[in-house]
Design a protein around this ligand. Structure first.
Ligand code: IPM
Ligand code: MG
Length: 361
């Protein structure tokens, strides 16, 4: 079997400890199966503090050449206050842009075992199975002009919301394709009642819809969509939206699963290259304490197996292993419930790896 090369960019905060569990799970899976070759490289504050650049050239090149990138987290609260080029979190934005990873899939699945861990009522979240598809390389995140300058003796902060029709079209297509493989419902989220960018977004998505008559397209304003996500989350199948709206909606949607510690993601480009990362970020307040939930990272590795490494059976096996440890009652602190067994990051990773070894053929 061919060797698959995985770039491991563990980064900051809880990034290294959760990523280590995903690597452990991949190794357990590979015992008798495919061969993985892991190459680690520094990113984020960890890289800035040693080589003065949150995304060193060698790291970016490694990521570009790998079959897939397993990413932990980048940035900390302290570095968020530095100028952009010195912020660990900036590495992620640069890598997304450089690899043109425009399609960010954030699947939100309410595990039956975790219905009690959400702050929302069981009957609201039961059966939730949706994807937030967030455009990841455009919008106010990257638009020019930007900056802070002085006008009429006071400081003015400026950012630019901007989308070309080509950028909208390609992510819309990705959304229709994803919906086609699921329940065939696509909800496009914008703010077309106020923003020109959004008016264009809506127009282009509607044009693309002509090629997908089998998919039901609806449009929602982002404020209404955020309410509907909490009120009737089961109504959603695939949500396609811009970078900033997707950033916000995906954190809210995470709570439908009980914890942001459960949410994986895949960021893909047109060539099928992918970067896989848990949605939760670096969470420096709980770093190094062995309490972070590694399941989002492990589920991200499952997405990597499915999308970049073309190993759907192994992806399913990895997801199955996660289901089994949850069914066995193991919980990290963020998803703890009365009667369950509290475990740390490492022990949760060990449990998943054990299930995978048991399943290996
Ligand atoms: C995310 C994060 C990032 C973003 C930060 C860390 C730059 O919040 O991936 O959702 O805003 O995109
Ligand atoms: Mg975010």
């Amino acid at each position: 079997m061919t060797r698959m090369h995985i770039a491991v960019l563990a980064g900051d905060g809880i990034g290294p400890e959760v990523t280590a569990q995903a690597v452990k799970a991949l190794r357990a899976l590979a015992a008798n199966g495919p061969q993985f070759e892991f190459s680690a490289a520094p990113v984020g504050d960890a890289a800035y503090d040693t080589v003065g650049d949150p995304l060193p050239e060698a790291t970016a090149t490694l990521a570009e050449r790998a079959d897939a990138v397993l990413f932990g987290a980048a940035g900390t609260y302290e570095s968020d206050l530095r100028p952009p080029e010195a912020r660990g979190g900036h590495a992620l934005l640069r890598l997304r842009k450089r690899m043109d990873l425009f399609a960010n899939f954030r699947p939100v699945f309410a595990f039956p075992e975790l219905l009690g861990a959400s702050t929302l009522r069981r009957e609201v979240i039961e059966g939730v199975d949706l994807i937030v598809l967030r455009e990841l390389t455009g919008d106010i995140y990257f638009g020019q002009p930007r900056g802070v300058r002085v006008e009429n003796a006071e400081r003015v902060g400026i950012n630019t919301m901007r989308y070309t029709e080509g950028e909208i079209r390609r992510v819309a297509r990705a959304g229709f394709e994803a919906a086609r493989g699921r329940r065939k419902k696509l909800c496009s989220v914008d703010k077309a009642n106020v923003l020109e960018t959004s008016a264009l977004w809506r127009e282009v998505v509607t044009e693309v819809a002509r090629d997908y008559p089998d998919v039901e397209l609806t449009h929602q304003y982002v404020d209404a969509a955020s309410m509907m996500l909490i009120r009737r989350p089961r109504d959603f199948d695939v949500i396609v939206t811009g970078n900033i709206f997707g950033d916000i909606l995906s954190d809210a949607a995470a709570m439908l699963t009980g914890s942001i510690g459960m949410l994986p993601s895949a960021s893909l480009n047109a060539a099928g290259q992918g970067l896989y990362e848990p949605v939760h970020g670096s969470a420096p307040d709980i770093a190094g304490k062995d309490i972070a939930n590694p399941l989002a990272s492990i589920l991200s590795a499952a997405m990597m197996l499915r999308h970049s490494l073309k190993q759907p059976a192994l992806a399913a096996r990895m997801e199955q292993a996660v289901r089994r440890v949850l069914a066995a009652g193991l919980r990290t602190a963020d998803i703890m419930e009365p009667g369950a067994m509290l475990v740390g990051t490492e022990a949760m990773g060990d449990a998943v790896a054990r299930e995978l070894s048991a399943m290996a053929d």
